[in-house]
Each structure stands twice: as C-alpha cells, then as structure tokens.
Design a protein around this ligand. Structure first.
Ligand code: DGP
Length: 215
C-alpha cells in the first residue's frame, strides 16, 4: 500500500452532471482510462441504468413508447438508483472508484423542470450514497443544442433543457466543481483529471462514506 493510504482506503464516488450533450459520457470514459492507467481500480456507471427491468420501463418512457405520470417516472428513476445502491457501496468499500454519469441531481433537476416540488423530488433520494465529488459540465442550453443535434428522446428539447439548467443552478452548492464544457474537449479533460485525482487520493486516505441529503 502506498504511503499515506490507510486500511480504510476506499474507492471514490464521482458524479458527472450536466445538460444533455454537455460531454459527460465521453469525459467519463476518459476519466476511467486515466485512473486505470494510474493503477486505480475503477468502473464507469451511468444512470438511468437501462439494463434492469426498472431501467427498461424508463427507457420506454424516454423513447416515447410509453406514457407515465410525472411523479411515477420520477420514482422509477429513483428506484433505478436504489436498486444499485448496495452494489455501489460494496464496490466503493472494496476499493473501486465509480465514475457515474448522472445521479440524483439529474433526478431532481429534470423532474423539477416539469414543475414538481423540489423537496418532494429530493425525498426519495435521501439515504443514497453521497458523492465524494460532483462535477458539473457547464454549457448553455443553446450551445448544447448546436452540438450535433439531439437524438429525439423525450427531454431533448431546447426549451426544456433551459428549465433543467435553471434547476441545476438551484441545486448547486459550494462543493460542486464547475467546468466550462464549451471549452475544447482536451481542456475540459485536463481540468477534470485534476479534481478527479485529488478526490480519489482523499478517499484512499480513508474519508468516510456519507449519505445524500441527510440532515
Ligand atoms: P442519458 O442516458 O444520460 O442520456 O439520460 C437519459 C435522459 O433522462 C436525459 O434526458 C436525462 C434524463 N434523466 C436522467 N436521469 C434522470 C432522472 O433521475 N430523472 C429524470 N426525470 N430524468 C432523468
């Protein structure tokens, strides 16, 4: 074990958030390779996880194959995170860092953008694991829309993304790292590497795991 690392060493829970087309998916892959090259056990996850049965219901909704009440789909997105919670905890406690593309903040920002109450939206997320780092890839909805267009899923519309951006603003706190995602990809990557490595190192030194939105 490297000097300074304790027996409480664990993996870091790193969450990437941002609007659709902000570059989260490409950057998660880059961060995974970066950490692997440095010898850290790491996995790339994403929510929604469309592989589970709940995830398939979410996918049908997003691709407009099914209609669901706004509260119902909100709870399904949350259930999709809950069904992965215990595996997530096991991975972290056994030393694997998780780079997660979207998490509870997407859950709240997207549903609140439809007009649901923020506190109501947060409630089912309480008790999920708290990220050690949230990175927000900041891009204007207009710029994001210019990036090769949207794929045609339910939320991929400029007006809706503008509302989502406003709700991300409300959710942000001082612990979030905000990276200008309109910069060239290499510049975004460079800034991400710094904050990610710093976070992984802190968790290796035994930072304890916390829960989301517990008062
Ligand atoms: P993605 O696979 O990252 O492209 O996400 C699919 C879409 O679902 C995207 O428009 C963002 C949205 N989304 C992701 N997580 C949640 C969530 O928890 N709740 C809601 N309402 N929407 C979400």
């Amino acid at each position: 074990m490297e000097k300074g690392y304790t027996s409480n060493a664990r993996g870091a829970l790193i969450v990437l958030e941002g609007l659709d087309r902000s570059g989260k998916t490409s950057q998660s892959r880059k961060m995974q390779s970066y950490l692997e090259e440095r010898g850290f056990p790491v996995e790339s996850w994403r929510f929604p996880d469309r592989n589970t049965s709940v995830g398939q219901m979410i996918s049908a909704y997003l691709t407009n194959k099914s209609q669901l009440d706004d509260h119902t789909i909100h709870l399904l997105f949350s259930a999709n995170r809950w069904e992965k919670r215990s595996l997530m905890e096991t991975k972290l406690r056994t030393g694997t860092t998780l780079i997660v593309d979207r998490y509870s903040f997407s859950g709240v920002a997207f549903s609140a953008a439809k007009g649901l109450d923020i506190e109501w939206c947060k409630a089912p997320e309480m008790g999920l694991l708290a990220p050690d780092l949230v990175v927000y890839l900041d891009i204007s909805p207009e710029k994001a829309a210019e990036r090769g267009g949207y794929g045609g899923e339910r939320y991929e519309q400029l007006e809706f993304q503008q509302k989502v951006a406003q709700h991300y603003q409300i959710l942000r706190d001082g612990s979030w790292k905000i990276i200008d995602a309109s910069l060239p990809m290499e510049d975004v990557e460079k800034q991400l590497k710094e904050v990610v490595l710093d976070c992984v190192t802190t968790c290796c030194r035994g930072k304890s795991l916390a829960q989301l939105w517990s008062h």
